[in-house]
Design a protein around this ligand. Structure first.
Ligand code: ADP
Ligand code: MG
Length: 609
């Protein structure tokens, strides 16, 4: 077969497959055009799963003599030189969307510029333009699409059910609105007004409109990357990663790396199967990111993935470590961080985190529901007569390790836990405590574990970990790669009390380890550390492994379930919980406490309805 150029019809249909693979992609292109036209209001109406869509904006409009051009392929008002691609200030730039949609639908484009007296209209039926007409209408542009893909049965066959396509469209609209709080969105479908998102003053405010839950804001700047995160408390979670919304340069992107950064920032705060709810806005210098790697522009490529990852991770983690939701619970303003929470490995990184307190007084928000497991706990608690212990009860000797840690000065982060009234201990495992509105059951082991973990982490950061020298060095045989990986981290490891050095290529000698930690725990943590560094590379793996190491060490050093505690000991534990904003989560992500609001108790007893 000889080589021929494709007809423009075929080219358009191929392009349609890439640019507007699904109706939601088309909606995205149309709304982005409106945003590029500088509008402040957009109305989107969709039906038949998006085979009929109307987008109306109050933007700049298109001049009459340019209407035909707007529907032509590779016609754009947005860039003129290839260089412009790298500094895009607009969503669109490929000049394809309208042309390709026109090729596969009945399209009507009506537009009026601000200085024109009337609007003009052009129709295009499956690629063929009609004559221009003069019509009435407000300044701005309306694009109406009907019978999408009617002439491409193959594509029609690939559409999902109407409801699946509709929910995809709604999702896309949420993303567009999350990116642009300065624009009002109205969404209609099936003759009904589905949503109105009025112009918002901040990303946080817009994210709360759309995600419909209480969120908190944090910002962070790192190597030219500016990150703003609107995030939910770890009590308030999703069952899937879909509620993690990521935007780069104002574009919604599917970026696995940044998604992982978000999930990782919640590390130790969520249980298995729980995902964060967050909207993340990343801005960076234009030369740091290529937005033109995907026809639908839903993916980007960073020059340096690590920087983007770190900026997002740090922004969220620091926001989370302030535990702003506690402030809302108690009405007390959460003081600044209790300790330097930055896992600082390169001291040159700028510290530009600022925290915006939520301006609204939100009293109630969705908390982790009491599950049946929680009720079981409550039932057990009710059965087991609370063991009241006075302070004369013999104190359990604490391990040296924890006593050493007790000496590390800690600042109070909140007074939430210490203000609770201790009622007793249930099942030798749970501390029962209350305030005037709620009954709390606190898992003594988990609480203590968290405290020990946080103290270890801060000890690590300040170099205060108690170390025990071994009489004879402990030799561990490893793969050469692992020896190299661990050897390179010797200085950082010394800060957690582990002093070691390579002996030859296939072994390390451990000379000291933290007090109270078994050799086995240290060796297996080191092996895991080596594996992660080999797989994922230096810096970040180390932060995580140190954190894991501290979690393991904490777990081995604290009060067990099944131990009687005196009221005084319980009170002390609660006071210690206040030292760290994240005390309500054990390092493994299990909850430290379960709460039972008295209102609920009264409802359950039929006292109120
Ligand atoms: P691109 O957005 O990549 O430039 P499109 O095919 O989406 O390509 O649009 C072609 C041109 O039509 C745009 O560059 C713009 O000048 C004009 N246009 C499209 N939609 C609108 C709108 N809603 N308001 C004003 N101008 C528009
Ligand atoms: Mg466009």
């Amino acid at each position: 077969m000889s080589i021929r150029l494709l007809s423009s019809e075929v080219i358009d249909q191929i392009a349609a497959g890439e640019v507007v693979e699904r109706p939601s992609h088309m909606v995205k292109e149309l709304v982005e055009n409106s945003l590029d036209a500088g509008c402040t209001e957009i109305e989107v109406e969709f039906d038949q799963g998006g085979r009929r869509v109307r987008v109306t904006d109050n933007g700049n409009g298109i001049a009459t003599e340019q209407l035909t051009l707007a529907l032509a392929r590779h016609a754009t008002s947005k860039i003129s030189e290839a260089d412009d691609l790298w500094k895009l200030g607009t969503y669109g730039f490929r000049g394809e969307a309208l042309a390709t949609v026109a090729a596969v639908s009945r399209l009507m484009l009506t537009s009026r510029t601000l200085d024109a007296k009337t609007a003009s209209q052009i129709k295009n039926e499956f690629g063929t333009n009609s004559q221009l007409e003069t019509v009435g209408g407000n300044p701005g542009t309306t694009v109406l699409i009907e019978e999408l893909f009617a002439n491409v049965p193959a594509r029609l066959k690939f559409l999902k059910s109407e409801s699946a396509e509709s929910s995809q469209i709604k999702n896309t609209l949420k993303a567009l609105a999350l990116a642009r709080p300065d624009v009002e969105f109205r969404i209609r479908s099936g003759g009904k007004l589905l949503s109105v998102w009025p112009r918002a003053n901040s990303h946080l405010e817009r994210a709360e409109q759309i995600l419909e839950t209480e969120l908190f804001s944090a910002t962070y700047t790192f190597n030219g990357f500016e990150v703003q995160a609107s995030f939910a408390s770890p009590h308030n979670v999703a069952g899937q990663a879909r509620q993690i919304w990521i935007f780069v340069q104002g574009r919604w992107v599917q970026d696995r790396g940044l998604q992982a950064a978000v999930i990782d920032a919640y590390r130790g705060l969520l249980m298995h199967g729980e995902y964060p709810i967050a909207s993340i806005q990343v801005k960076c210098p234009p030369e740091e990111v290529d937005v033109n790697i995907h026809p639908a522009k839903s993916a980007v490529r960073f020059r340096d993935n690590q920087t983007a990852f770190r900026a997002v991770h740090r922004c969220l983690r620091e926001g989370l470590e302030k535990a702003p939701w506690i402030e809302n619970q108690t009405g007390v303003h959460a003081p600044s961080k209790a300790y330097d929470s930055t896992l600082e490995l390169s001291p040159s990184e700028p510290q530009a985190l600022s925290f915006q307190a939520p301006e609204l007084d939100r009293t109630q928000y969705q908390k982790r529901e009491l599950t049946s497991a929680h009720y079981d706990v409550l039932k057990t608690a009710a059965k087991a007569a609370p063991t009241y212990l006075d302070s004369s009860t013999e104190r359990r000797p604490e391990t040296t390790f924890v006593r050493n840690l007790e000496q590390i000065p800690a600042t109070r982060a909140t007074s939430f836990w210490s203000q609770l009234q201790v009622l007793g201990q249930a099942h030798l495992t749970y501390i029962l405590a209350e305030n005037n509105s709620t009954l709390y059951l606190i898992d003594q082991h988990a609480a203590h574990e968290r405290i020990a973990y946080e103290r270890l982490m801060s000890a690590w950061k300040t170099g205060l970990i108690e170390r025990q020298d071994l009489l004879l060095p402990l030799t561990v045989t490893l793969e050469p790669e692992a020896v190299e990986a661990i050897g390179a981290q010797a200085v950082a490891l010394a800060k957690v009390g582990i002093e070691l050095e390579p002996i030859g290529h296939e072994a390390i000698a451990i000379r000291s380890m933290p007090v109270g930690i078994s050799e086995k725990a240290v060796v297996s943590s080191l092996k895991e550390l080596a594996r992660e560094i080999i797989e994922k590379g230096g810096g970040f793996a180390l932060e995580r492994k140190i954190s894991d190491l501290c979690a393991t060490m904490a777990c081995h050093s604290v009060v067990r379930a099944g131990q009687a505690l005196s009221v005084e000991q319980m009170q002390t534990l609660l006071e210690q919980m206040d030292e760290f904003p994240l005390s309500s989560f054990c390092p493994h992500g299990r909850p430290v406490s379960v709460e039972y609001p008295y209102q609920k108790l009264e409802r359950d007893f039929g006292r109120i309805v």
